[in-house]
Each structure stands twice: as structure tokens, then as C-alpha cells.
Design a protein around this ligand. Structure first.
Ligand SMILES: O=C(O)[C@@H](CO)OP(=O)(O)O
Length: 215
């Protein structure tokens, strides 16, 4: 049975400042680096064979720390990037107008094709995340990959595996450097395909980040 581990990157400067990142980028804070070391230490005990990361800077920085601890190479995959949040990228969540806030809310309570102007829909995010995940099925027998991606992107992946709509992702709290695991199983009795073993585990972190977009 293929086990795939999922890690959200460590806390960034803009996470700490409550600024929307999307496909824009900011570096890890010192706390984010510490979180990456802690999840890396846990990953080292899990027999990870491949680290596959979104090509944004914050995920590459986190992935480098994990890959060094696990003694494996990093592969970059742009399909693992965060949702493109269009005109709201780089904005403080507390500075949005009512109209802008309503765009953001459509991502929580909306429809699969809801999007922020100039941004990407949750359905498009779901499709590229599942395409990236499917690559793991091509790895050699016995591989145990770890994907480093983003809060909404991973939330969308886990939600849709559970049969929830892509926009349900905000109902799942995936804090910085939380660890999730999904397995691919073929079973005549149970669900065949991807199943969720755990989601959002932060037991390896001594100082979990706040959920920075919570309000
Ligand atoms: O883009 C952002 O601001 C957040 C949203 O969850 O994503 P991440 O920090 O995981 O990249």
C-alpha cells in the first residue's frame, strides 16, 4: 500500500502578518524554520524516500530541511502551488473591503467554480493537485513520498478525497508544518483509491503556529 505524507510549509513572514500569499511568496520566519526542523525530525523516522515540493520559495525552503534530514532529493512540481488568489494576493486579511471579503468568503461557502477576480477556481486547484498526486503512483514499489505544499492546496486535496466539495477545504485546519497522510489502497471491501489516514497532526511541534487566516 502506497503511503503519501503531506506537509504544509513552515510559518512565513506574511503568515505571521496575516497577509494573503497565494502564488506570491515570503520567506520562512525563524519560527517557521524551527517548525521545519521539527517536522523533518519526524519525517526522518518515517522512511521517506522522495520529497516533492511546490516550486514557491517557502515550500522549497521547508522541503530542503526535510530532504536533508531524510537523505533524499527534492523534485519540484508547480502543480503543488497554493491557490492563485488573484487581486487579493499580498493584502492584509484585516484590510479587505466588504466586497473583497465576500470574494474571499466564496472560497469558504461558495461553489467549486467560485474564484477571486484574476484568480483560480477551487475546481482548477483540485484538478492540478490530484494530477500531481497521481504521479506518486508511478514511483517504484516501496517508495514513501512526502509532498510539501500549502494550506488551501492540501486542504482541497484531503477534502476531495473524502468526497467533500473542493471549497470545503477551509473546514480543515492545516497549520504550518502539520503532517497528514493519505494511502492508496485497492480493496474489495473498503473504498478503493485514496483514503485519509490522518490530517493536520502537529504533535511534533512544540510551538504550533496560529491559524493565521482565522477570523
Ligand atoms: O496563501 C496563503 O496565504 C495561505 C492560505 O492558507 O497559504 P499558505 O500560507 O499555506 O501558502
Amino acid at each position: 500500500m502506497l503511503q503519501v505524507y503531506l506537509v504544509r510549509h513552515g510559518e512565513t513572514q506574511w503568515n505571521a502578518e496575516r497577509r494573503i500569499q497565494g502564488q506570491s511568496d515570503s520567506p520562512l520566519t525563524s519560527k517557521g524554520v524551527e517548525q521545519a526542523w521539527q517536522v523533518a525530525e519526524r519525517a526522518r523516522t518515517l522512511g521517506i524516500t522522495h520529497v516533492i515540493a511546490s516550486d514557491l520559495g517557502r515550500t522549497q525552503q521547508t522541503a530542503r530541511i526535510i530532504a536533508d534530514a531524510c537523505g533524499c532529493e527534492i523534485t519540484l512540481d508547480s502543480r503543488l502551488r497554493e491557490l492563485d488568489m488573484g487581486v487579493l494576493e499580498q493584502r492584509h486579511v484585516d484590510s479587505l473591503t466588504d466586497e473583497e471579503e465576500s470574494w474571499r468568503r466564496t472560497l469558504v461557502n461558495g461553489t467549486e467554480d467560485g474564484r477571486i477576480p484574476e484568480g483560480e477556481s477551487m475546481l482548477e486547484l483540485s484538478q492540478r493537485m490530484h494530477a500531481a498526486l497521481a504521479e506518486c503512483l508511478k514511483l517504484p514499489e516501496g517508495s514513501r513520498p512526502l509532498l510539501v505544499s500549502h494550506g488551501m492546496a492540501l486542504g482541497c486535496l484531503v477534502s476531495t478525497i473524502l468526497g467533500l466539495p473542493a471549497y470545503a477545504e477551509r473546514r480543515l485546519r492545516l497549520r504550518n508544518c502539520s503532517l497528514s497522510r493519505i494511502d492508496y489502497q485497492e480493496s474489495p471491501w473498503l473504498a478503493s483509491g485514496w483514503v485519509v489516514e490522518m490530517a493536520g497532526d502537529i504533535s511534533h511541534l512544540d510551538a504550533p503556529a496560529l491559524d493565521e487566516l482565522q477570523r
